[in-house]
Design a protein around this ligand. Sequence first.
Ligand code: PLP
Length: 425
Amino acid sequence: MSDPETRQLFTDYVVPTYGRYNAVLERGEGVRVWDEQGKSYLDFGAGIAVSTLGHAHPAIVNALKNQGATLIHTSNLYYTRPQGELAKRLVEIVGTPGKVFFSNSGAEANEALFKLVRKFGSEEKPKSSAAPARFETLTFNQSFHGRTMAGISATGQEKVKTGFSPLLPGFRHLPLNDLAAVEAAVSEQTAAILVEAIQGEGGIRVTTAEFLRGLRRICDRHNLLLMFDEIQCGLGRAGNWCGWRTIAPDVTPDAVSWAKGIAGGFPLGATWFRAKPVSRQDGTETLLCDLLQPGSHGTTFGGTPLACTVSLAVLDTIRDQGLIEKAVTLGQFIQEQLRSIAGIQSVRGAGLIIGFELDSRFEGFSNGKQLPSQVVVNRLLDSGLLTAPAGPLVIRLLPPLIVERAEVDAALTIIRQTLQRLLNP
Ligand SMILES: *Cc1c(COP(=O)(O)O)cnc(C)c1O
């Protein structure tokens, strides 16, 4: 099968929900992938922050082989050891007592958050007997929370909502890093706040420590749930097991969602709920992490022995090889180097979730169909570097956490030369 034939299959048979880049990828090893023509690329997109250990990592391959030959799936009608072990590991990562629900993607991990908010509102004892059940979640402009109906309702970007009304009620979007706006927005319907400590799709926009601490204070004052969407920035990528801790180490959330890098490319989502007391209407007490009882939520595939074994192998490898510490130092180096490249106006991020913003000279590079960032991403791809756009002028670097200094140097050279050629044709 040749490259054009593969693309023809997509034209004929695949729903065109993605504007795909012009590469048919066939195999990978480490930080490199190869297309059907045999051309190789440095993968600094990592399948959108997913392939944390790069491609064909022996830890993942062995986990897939061994667990695949042992037990792949049972449904959640039974107990399985890997799911229990992974839940324990994730609770340890948050460092606060709680419990974990497993699903298969980021959208589903967030869906569990949205359903928890509704359940919380319906079961908690209201402030006064006249008070209605609370149901609203505050989110932020430019946020991204997934493509289900609840996910797009929660997302603070118009483009994901167009054509899908009516959306789900109960979401409002506020400006990021603006505590006064949040303070003013809390109403008697508000039950939760959902935030990405580092917005990924929205352009690598980083929250401030004052903001995250202020959100915690507001949540405490009004008894709201503080929920972190760690799907893109969590589990080591930002230079900490918990993305928000690179910004505000002292803040404890009430719920967290993960997916993307959690199992290095094997589909898995997870949602942590805090063991926090909730007073019920009937006077009894329960815990937030016990609100979702049998029959209230579930998914057939969530937390299979195979997915959980692969995830444990990924998390073990990140820990044992010191990849988080490496992400911090390499990330700082990449940010410094990017700042010295002509054509780059600003650099943002933490660890190995980095965005660089093209300067105003690139605004004219939009060719009608493509944003300037997409034009540049295409040129980087032609030069052998995979990256991902995040907004009209921002390009994301999300390399595997196993990336080495030599690969970073090679990627930076491609970026420097590509921008130089674009600005001086
Ligand atoms: C990717 C992403 C999602 C959605 O995850 P899917 O696995 O694509 O459903 C949600 N939130 C954030 C922050 C993401 O980056």
